[in-house]
Design a protein around this ligand. Sequence first.
Ligand code: MN
Length: 227
Amino acid sequence: MSDFVLPAPAQPSVAVQGQSARFAVRRIFCVGRNYAEHAREMGHDPEAEPPFFFTKPADALVDSASRIPYPFGTADFHHEAELVVALGAGGSFVATEAAEALIWGYACGNDLTRRDMQAVAKAARRPWDMSKGFDRSAVVGPLRPASFGVPKGRIRCLVEGRVTQEADLSEMIWPVAAVISYLSRLVELHPGDLIFTGTPAGVGPILRGQRCEVQIDGLEPAVIEVI
Ligand code: MN
């Protein structure tokens, strides 16, 4: 191994359900507007657009059960409950029928967002990096290996125990396999890549002192407390 002029940074990773070994993360891709009701609440026609992607830095990852400080630069800090898929294999131009075989596991995720800053960026046609890819903006619960099956059923977000988002995973406009296939035509995918697959309607604020929990049937939840 080569030497570095400074110590190498820590390897970003996420927890794995039922074992101490963690899943090393390479990159984080996120899908925008993948549930029709959420596309409508953000002022878009869900039928008109192919999937689009943005990214978060891998070191924005936060484990479930973390306490995170209310982020700088926003007065409208939002939750987005999402199914996260972790890739165990990569590829380019992956056929939809072959895409599921790349998946190593699934987790509950929370795509934390500075909504006010994102609105300014949208209006000014500026990038979303600082509204989506800030420190501690990528909450991911423990991964459940794909050998346990493909998650089906309900996805929910609760703030202080009150349900704010609730949908069925089958309501995704672009199913997981289609998302992977589409993304693999834009970048070469690699083991360790995570994909946040989009959020249903009902996004909203998390305030200081509040607890926010993302639940998906059959997966361990992703919980944070904002301080
Ligand atoms: Mn999102």
